[in-house]
Design a protein around this ligand. Structure first.
Ligand code: ADP
Ligand code: MG
Length: 733
């Protein structure tokens, strides 16, 4: 009966753990960098000068590429790709399913005269028409045609996967509504570029023509041997274990963190890195994470659009390469109860085309005032739009992680470190209106002068904050490991764009109506912002219950689950923000909210069904099987022992028999209740009400079933246990 588990375990000794089979990493990885990317170097080699400069201005300044130039670029891309054995091309895009999508078409084209050629035209490069009806669209489909379009995004370079040329694309409906992550992301990046460039040029540096949002993500993940993975239906279907008793040794010893990387894992990592390097993903860091079998990979930061593409691409590549090493990769935020979950920290900053990081303190007071401007505006934006930030990281799987004891809570707060905290304290004391000479000196000495050029090394780190300043960037730490970074990046860049617009208006108003000097006006506005946003600053332990209480007293929201977080998203203030900036129309935004709610309900529903199936088809039979053995044993004892002595020798068995019955009962009743609740939930039409019900009446019933099942696991003979155990999944490498 437990053959599945034991067959899986039997394969383990045959895995290749030998060092001599290690993947060979070429001496100079740099030679391979971008080998499979249609990057600037390749473009130079393959494009005419005209086409090259057209694509460069499209990449840098969003200029349109003329049709005949597109034909040239397509032909060059095809020649380059074919020289590398490529036969097909695809528009590669990121629909709202959370994965990437591609539909491969061949370069091969039969001609009318019965021959055939390899063809790839400008039209084919620019646009494709996949059927949109099987991608999430939040009701947009119901009102309009199912047709969707993918359109080339020239700001992210094309790349080769296997024998396919992949063209990063956006995905929109027939009527122009965004159906993907990239479309609104590009709009948000343009908005923040415009607003930040305006602020830079007006107050700090006339030479700035463009501001680029940068993103450096850190991807955490678990590896599980494929055989073990396949023997766990919950892992296969939901990406997480829905039951399983905690192993005797968990992560208490924390001996895995930054420990030596096991050979088989190392081979996987090396092969992955070579592949990444060829794809132009600048991976630099790899290490073990806190939990057993948990790891992390991080690249150098890049322009946000490219970094988002690279993360999506990487997740796909990782899964494929893991399989070659007989691992299955888990991106779920909480695959195992009782050990740390996985996140995907999003490090974010803004930098100018003159090469300056706007969140990096500078060498002189002017640069530091610029730093303070962008720093405080970020905090003000996060304060004003905290609910959007919270909603941007909400998902059924991240709910298991947020607020658990190793991830930031669902309260949006910011950590800036004691040094900057004291600088803000000083700045808050600035008087209203014009500044006296004394005040100016004091500001110079104690505010802008006090910010060291290299904050990086003197910022204290707080790992319990969802949004932390780390010297020259903010780190959004609450993002889940399975998320598409575009979600949080759309929000962060949109709210920053809006905030910088407001800032510009306010400073100009003080300059023109109150006759303040530029610096005076800026100080005045920043002082007001500090007063307004201060309540999100928190330097203490974000995991503590004291913080929950204090946050409540400060009036900060603490929406612990996805339906509650998503409820706040549809506020008119947020819809206005998006419409004003041209990021989403009302319809697009409402559709997205609905998709997220539906995904939530669907995920909880699938978990409910899988848990019920496992409980009924695996756990209860195992319990009864073992109980029957015990009953036989007791019957035998009764035959050979006199009554008084029998009671004594059969005591433990009788006790176990009773306990097994009690747990089987708890599982049975639990499953019946769960399935009834699930049916009730499915009958609800309104997406929000439905998600609420799944959250409060379906998911809440998992615990009772799991508790009993895990108790049974501790009682039943190991040989009869059908499910691969936690210790086996977590300590096999
Ligand atoms: P950790 O958070 O693990 O302590 P670091 O602070 O060294 O690690 O860096 C984390 C990440 O921050 C790196 O992946 C790096 O690419 C990214 N990063 C560094 N500078 C920037 C920046 N200006 N913009 C965006 N990301 C950045
Ligand atoms: Mg980090």
């Amino acid at each position: 009966m437990s053959t599945l588990r034991f067959n899986a375990l039997k394969t383990l000794p045959f895995r290749d753990y030998r060092r001599e089979n290690a993947v060979q990493v070429p001496e100079k990885l740099s030679d391979l960098f971008g080998e499979n990317v249609f990057n600037e170097n390749t473009m130079r080699a393959y494009l005419t000068r005209e086409a090259f400069s057209a694509i460069q201005s499209a990449m840098k300044y969003g200029e349109k590429i003329p049709r005949h130039t597109a034909d040239q670029i397509a032909a060059a891309m095809k020649d380059w790709a074919m020289s590398k054995g490529v036969t097909h091309y695809t528009h590669w895009f990121q629909p709202l399913t959370g994965t990437t999508a591609e539909k491969h078409d061949s370069f091969f084209t039969p001609t009318e005269d019965g021959r055939a050629i390899e063809r790839f035209s400008g039209n084919m490069l620019i646009q494709q028409e996949p059927d949109a009806s099987s991608f999430p669209n939040g009701g947009i489909r119901n009102t309009f045609e199912a047709r969707g379009y993918t359109a080339w995004d020239p700001t992210s370079p094309a790349f080769i996967m296997g024998t396919t040329l992949c063209i990063p694309s956006i995905f929109i409906s027939y009527t122009g509504e965004a159906l993907d992550y990239k479309t609104p992301l590009l709009r948000a990046l343009n908005a923040v570029d415009a607003a930040a460039t305006e602020v830079c040029r007006s107050y700090f540096d006339k030479n700035v023509n463009k501001v680029i949002a940068t993103l450096g993500w850190e991807q955490e993940y678990f590896l599980v041997d494929t055989a073990l993975y396949q023997a766990r239906p919950d892992l296969v279907i939901t990406g997480k274990t829905l039951l399983g008793h905690a192993p005797a040794k968990g992560q208490q010893l924390e001996d895995h963190y930054f420990g030596s990387i096991p050979t088989r894992v190392m081979n996987f990592m090396k092969e992955l890195e070579i592949k990444c390097i060829k794809l132009g993903i600048p991976v630099t860091t790899r290490h073990n994470e806190v939990a057993p079998n948990q790891y992390e990979l991080a690249p150098m930061f890049e322009e946000a659009n490219i970094a988002v593409d690279h993360n999506s691409l990487l997740m796909d590549v990782m899964a494929r390469i893991a399989h070659r090493h007989h691992f299955h990769i888990l991106f779920h935020e909480k695959p195992f109860a009782g050990v740390n979950g996985s996140g995907k920290h999003n490090n974010w900053s803004l930098s100018t085309d003159t090469g300056e990081n706007l969140l990096s303190p500078g060498r002189n007071p002017k640069k530091n005032l610029r730093f303070l401007t962008f720093f405080i505006n970020t905090l003000k934006a996060v304060h004003d739009y905290a609910d959007l930030m919270r909603a941007s990281i909400a998902s059924a799987s991240n709910d298991y992680r947020l607020g658990a004891n190793e991830a930031p809570p669902a309260i949006i707060s910011a950590f800036i470190g004691s040094h900057l905290y004291s600088v803000l304290d000083e700045l808050e004391k600035v008087n209203d209106g014009k500044l006296s000479p004394e005040e100016k000196t004091q500001l110079k000495l104690n505010v802008v002068g006090k910010i060291p050029e290299i904050l990086l090394d003197n910022t204290d780190r707080n790992r319990t904050s969802p949004f932390a300043f780390t010297g020259n960037k903010f780190e959004f730490r609450a993002v889940g490991s399975s998320a598409n970074c575009a979600g949080p990046m759309i929000v962060l860049n949109s709210i920053m764009a809006k905030q910088l617009q407001e800032f510009k208006k306010e400073v100009d108003r003080l300059i023109f109506t109150k006759d303040l000097k530029k610096d005076e006006a800026i100080f005045n506005v920043l002082r007001d912002y500090i007063k307004q946003m201060k309540k999100i600053l928190f330097e203490g332990d974000g995991y503590s219950s004291e913080w929950e209480q204090e946050a409540g007293a400060r009036g900060l929201n603490n929406k612990k689950n996805t339906p509650d977080a998503l409820k706040l998203e549809l506020d008119e203030k947020f819809i206005n923000l998006y419409e004003e900036l041209g990021i989403y129309t009302r319809k697009e935004f409402e559709a997205r909210n609905e998709i997220k709610l539906e995904n939530y309900s669907m995920e909880v529903d699938i978990e409910a069904r899988v848990l019920s199936d496992i409980a009924r088809n695996h756990i209860i039979p195992a319990a009864l099987n073992y109980q029957t053995r015990l009953v036989d044993n007791v019957k035998g004892l009764k035959e050979i022992f006199p009554e008084g002595e029998f009671q004594e020798v059969a005591k433990e068995q009788l006790d176990l028999i009773r306990k097994l019955s009690a747990n089987v009962h708890q599982i049975k009743v639990g499953v019946d209740e769960l399935l009834a609740a699930r049916a009730e939930a499915l009958a609800i039409a309104d997406p929000q009400e439905k998600a609420d019900f799944f959250c409060n009446n379906v998911r809440t019933r998992f615990g009772k079933i799991r508790d009993a099942a895990d108790a049974v696991e501790m009682m039943v003979d190991d040989e009869l246990w059908p499910m691969v155990k936690y210790r086996e999944m977590l300590f096999t490498r």
